[in-house]
Write a protein that binds this ligand. Structure first.
Ligand code: ADP
Length: 268
């Protein structure tokens, strides 16, 4: 609590009272702390790949490395620039959505078709990790009103995580079903799961269960935060269920009825 007190005086300067204003600044302080943490996180995330790019280029300029090694160095530099690029795109995405500047498109989304498109894009990762995705669509699913590119990004991020965190040779199950004019899409893996203590923070920007492991997998720590923002902008909800050591199920639910999505109320 912050207090501001002013003394009241008459024309001759004699005091006859005081006015006090009490302001609860806990919220302001909390927001300020969040902002500072965010800037620190972004700086750190940008610095790590930048330092490595710089180091490899310096080594190449020093000619301290045999010519045959150069390709390996270039490979690392290239990977790190891809990472920087993804980080910057993810940050821009988040800030556009959060500031309400995002221009949403309204499409009639056929979930099974969209899942098919995402799986095509993830084919190389699935092959690399020898993970298969088993898609199960229950009944005839009605189209969902929403921004198709953005919902594709949601499904992509959830499947990408599930494949990355699955044990090699594992199976990821994607289910889509309708109930009460809502469609729920869930993605289940048999990966390490999420400890209870991380559960409530899992949708926050840059929250990672095991920092080094998820960085090694090429993550930016922003994927789930983006998922939550997109789904909530569509008036939907996100959910996670996980047992540490057994696996996780991430899901989202969207209304099939445009009036219930609140979609237009989120548009500027
Ligand atoms: P990242 O780019 O690091 O994957 P996300 O926001 O997508 O960022 O995920 C945040 C963190 O949540 C991950 O670093 C990981 O620790 C945890 N996580 C996400 N998906 C899964 C999953 N399917 N299984 C286990 N942990 C997960």
């Amino acid at each position: 609590i912050q207090a501001h007190v002013s003394r009241l005086t008459d024309q001759d300067g004699h005091g006859f009272g005081a006015v006090g204003v009490l302001q609860d600044i806990t919220e302001i302080k909390k927001l300020d702390q969040l902002r500072r943490d965010f800037v620190a996180n972004v700086s750190h995330e940008l610095r790590t790949p930048m330092t490595s790019v710089q180091g490899y280029i310096e080594a190449m300029l020093d000619s301290a490395i045999p010519i045959g090694e150069r390709d390996k160095y270039l490979e690392v530099i290239y990977r790190e620039t891809l990472r920087l690029n993804k980080l910057i795109y993810d940050l821009l995405d988040l800030s556009m959505i959060e500031s309400g500047k995002e221009k949403w498109e309204l499409n009639e989304i056929e979930i099974p078709e969209l899942v098919g498109q995402v799986l095509l894009k993830l084919q190389p990762l699935m092959e690399k990790r020898r993970v298969t995705v088993d898609s199960r669509f229950t009944g005839r699913l009605p189209p969902v009103p929403g921004d198709e590119d953005r919902i594709e990004q949601v499904i992509f991020n959830l499947l990408d995580n599930a494949i990355k965190f699955s044990p090699a040779g594992g199976v990821v199950t994607l289910r889509a079903e309708e109930a009460d004019d809502k469609i729920t899409v869930s993605v289940t893996d048999r990966g390490p799961g999420i400890p209870l203590t991380d559960m409530e923070h899992i949708w926050e920007r840059f929250h990672r269960v095991e920092k080094s492991r998820s960085r090694a997998l090429g993550g930016t720590g922003l994927g789930l935060a983006i998922v939550k923002q997109i789904v909530e902008a569509h008036g939907g909800t996100v959910n996670v269920h996980s047992v540490a050591g057994e696996g996780s199920t991430f899901s989202f639910t969207l209304a099939t009825n445009l009036a219930e999505t609140g979609f237009f109320s989120n548009m500027p």
